[in-house]
Write a protein that binds this ligand. Structure first.
Ligand SMILES: [Zn+2]
Ligand SMILES: [Zn+2]
Length: 101
């Protein structure tokens, strides 16, 4: 949960700018990342990733884009709990992101 430093209201992701904004007009312009999750009922679900990349563990994994052999990884639960978790990777070198089922 991220709160507005100006008025204290909860900040929400803006689907158009992919930035975090507040109803008072405040806009977060750095540090936080927003990712677009799967579309649910035709609506994109935006999520604020509050953890910085540096805290993610690294693993030996070849990047399909640049061939670098080290990537950050994390797990995410998909919509239904009977589906297996999805493993995400992000190349430490070129920031390319991909997932493995
Ligand atoms: Zn505000
Ligand atoms: Zn790469």
């Amino acid at each position: 949960m991220i709160f507005c430093p100006k008025c204290g209201a909860m900040l929400v992701p803006d689907p158009e700018t992919k930035r975090i904004k507040c109803s008072c007009g405040y806009k977060e312009t750095k540090t936080k990342n927003i990712v677009v999750r799967e579309k649910i009922n035709g609506k994109e679900k935006l999520e604020i990733i509050d953890k910085s990349v540096e805290v993610l563990p690294k693993t030996k994994m070849e990047c399909p884009k640049c061939g670098n052999d080290m990537a950050y990884y994390w797990l995410a639960q998909t919509r239904s709990s009977d589906e297996p978790e999805t493993q995400f990777f992000r190349c430490v070198k070129c920031d390319h992101q991909w997932r493995v089922y």
